[in-house]
Design a protein around this ligand. Structure first.
Ligand SMILES: [Zn+2]
Ligand SMILES: [Zn+2]
Length: 353
């Protein structure tokens, strides 16, 4: 079968590899239809290895590079192991990308994403940028007919947004600012609107992305390059600043801005992935009593997110900006996604083409 393998930074190859073996008793074999390019795939391509085991085999999966990329996949179940009961051949499924050891304190607490041996589909387990994928059945979630396969590629990033907004416990009458309106920022925006939050503001430097944010329900959007942006935001929030800020970019500048703009005593939720460490003044945290909350992935909200996305309230279409074939993944996918952010939000790879 054809698959996209990560060999190293800026070295992703489309190759013919053996098809996966028949599933073990608790596994599923899936024919992949679509796979979205995630920001994390792009980070691995541009600056990796980040979570890909490049030198030593992964402690849980024993896999190491070259490894098949991709976790925002959708496919059709072909074969299930004998102990699998929640999905069957013919079902369309999406994948929760986290694989825990099952035995440690975090896994037993139901938080496998914090497992000390955590593995991820598409970085330490062969992923969905391939014609077929074999995965633990626990990671497979069937999707209803009302959700198209293309839209379902967004379940994984949307679940991360749903979970982050739930963990922050935002009430409908509170004010929120989202910094960065790429896939995650736009998912957070819609997750907040679905929670009934009215005052959602977006800061985004790319005009096209600001327009989409407005279309999807942002009360007002801001270009961060204008000079008096902080003043303008304070004016709209009773001179106090927003109660919550979601940092969805992952740079020192945007993190700094997020910390500065959030109301004293308010909360900054960090969803951006930082390529480099960003300096932070902890004393400011003491005096301002601002809270910083990190949130990783969709976890326990994965199933719930499928129900939310199947409802007509959510609009996923504007997020999908391009569809490409596997053979052009680098030239038509990774390169334009990193160079032309004004044109692209989510690029989907067609695995059957
Ligand atoms: Zn993702
Ligand atoms: Zn564990």
């Amino acid at each position: 079968m054809r698959a996209a393998l990560w060999y190293g930074r800026k070295d992703v190859r489309i190759e013919n590899v053996p098809e996966p073996l028949s599933p073990e008793e608790d596994e599923v074999l899936v024919k992949i239809v679509w796979c979205g390019i995630c920001g994390t795939d792009l980070h691995e391509y541009l600056t990796g290895p980040i979570t890909i085991p490049a030198k030593n085999p992964h402690p849980l999966t024993k896999r190491r590079a070259p490894i098949i990329l991709g976790h925002e996949a959708v496919g059709e179940v072909l074969e299930v192991g004998e102990k699998v009961s929640h999905c069957e051949p013919g079902d369309r499924v999406v994948f929760y990308p986290v694989i825990g050891c099952g035995g440690c304190w975090w896994c037993r607490e139901g938080r496998p994403h914090l497992c000390s041996k955590v593995a991820f589909i598409g970085s330490s387990w062969d992923g969905g940028m391939a014609e077929y994928m074999r995965v633990p059945a626990l990671n497979c979630y069937p999707i209803p007919p009302s959700l198209s396969s293309e839209e379902a590629t967004l379940v994984e990033p949307f679940a991360a947004a749903v979970r982050a907004t739930k963990r922050a416990d935002i009430k409908p009458d509170e004010s929120v600012m989202i910094v960065g309106s790429g896939t995650i920022g736009l998912c957070v925006l819609q997750a907040l609107r679905a929670r009934g939050v009215e005052s959602v503001f977006v800061v985004e430097k790319i005009l096209q992305r600001r327009k989409i944010a407005e279309q999807l329900g942002a009360r007002k959007t801001f270009d961060p390059t204008i000079s008096d942006i902080e003043q303008k935001i304070f004016q709209l929030t009773e001179g106090l600043g927003p109660q919550y800020v979601f940092e969805c970019v992952g740079t020192a500048v945007t993190a700094d801005f997020s910390f500065k703009i959030v109301r004293k005593g308010g909360t900054i939720v960090i969803l951006g992935i930082f390529e480099e460490p960003a300096p932070f003044n902890y004393t400011d945290l003491v005096y301002s009593e601002k809270k910083v909350l990190g949130s990783m992935g969709g976890g326990e909200e994965f199933g719930n997110t499928i129900q939310i996305l199947a409802s007509p309230k959510i609009t996923l279409e504007p997020l999908i900006t391009k569809k490409i074939s596997l053979s052009s993944l680098v030239e038509e996918g990774f390169e334009p996604a990193s160079r032309h952010k004004e044109k692209h939000i989510k690029i989907l790879v067609d695995l059957q083409k």
